[in-house]
Design a protein around this ligand. Sequence first.
Ligand SMILES: Cc1cc2nc3c(=O)[nH]c(=O)nc-3n(C[C@H](O)[C@H](O)[C@H](O)COP(=O)(O)O)c2cc1C
Length: 365
Amino acid sequence: MSVGSVAVGSGAVAVRDGAIAGDRQDSAWLAQGAAVRSRLAGPLKIGAISLGSRVLQAPLSGVTDLVFRRLVRRYAPASMMYTEMVQATGLCQAKALPNTMDVDPAEQPISIQLFDCRPDFLGEAARRAVAEGAMTIDINMGCPVNKITKNGGGSSLLRDPAMAVAIVEAVVAAVAVPVTVKTRIGWDDDEITILDLAQRLEGAGAAMLTVHGRTRLQGYGGTARWDWIRRVKEILTIPVIANGDIVSVESAVRCLAETGADGVMCSRGTLGYPFLVGEIDHFLKTGDRRPAPSAAEKLRCAKEHLQMLYDYKGDRGIRQARKHLAWYATGFEGAAELRDRLCRVETVPQGCEWIDRAIADLETA
Ligand SMILES: Cc1cc2nc3c(=O)[nH]c(=O)nc-3n(C[C@H](O)[C@H](O)[C@H](O)COP(=O)(O)O)c2cc1C
């Protein structure tokens, strides 16, 4: 499913690189880091499940397929990953499962994210998702895209708390695994309803809440308001995961310190950078910074991503790889030219040849 006009390209990467550059001048996070690490030393408990990482990879429509998750998991084996969101009604009515629900049997921990506004279909879809291997079921109550909200799904549930509760209750009744929700702080600045909604969702049986600190009106622009996440954390007993603008180890530490959240969820910061979840996880576990990959290492990962997408999806995989390849190709001389080519790549050997040439240039420079 496409997220329409969401601007996610090299802008996201620029945000991450910019945050890192800015953070180098800010030493406050070092002190915060020690406090955060000691507070979050134990496992993340979601209902009866215990996770060995407090850093989660967000569901990203059009991005977090099985291939992308495999790359992220290489650096963050204990982290919870989410499928792209799956529409419950479509799933229940279709004969075959959508490939957005493909899960590798060896892939755990994995959560399947569902969206819809029909409690009965969501319950049935959750049962199918568990049969496919979902360790938890996540319900999307944050997607701002019109075609989702006009049908009563995604962030429109912010305006219909009774339905949001009915959905959680139906899914909790349908499956034995923990049911979690990912949502936003409200519809717009005049309707920041997250405090009331969060309490109702917990009362309905949600086992964890991820809060993206933006309103629906903000879309993906502006700044994520972590202060609202702190207020949610203060009133819930279930784990609260902070989401929005987690683009580096530094921003993760700052966010965890400011919100008191039980973990962080990385989103656009992982585009073209499947190392991020592992980098934050490594810091939280050891207090050490993993060296950032060089531009050449990122490009080698891009090549692998291209090959893996082709192996999994054939020519469709090549077309889907174009945006990923462009996200990897940033931050070095000649990157713009390489991006321009990679956006039009037709075959694996062609893409690999272009990338190999760029790597050779970087290594001889
Ligand atoms: C391309 C794209 C696809 C997304 N798809 C989903 C999705 O399927 N489910 C979901 O809950 N959120 C989705 N989101 C929202 C992100 O998971 C996250 O909440 C948001 O990007 C804020 O985090 P960030 O500021 O770190 O990017 C998507 C965002 C983007 C940019």
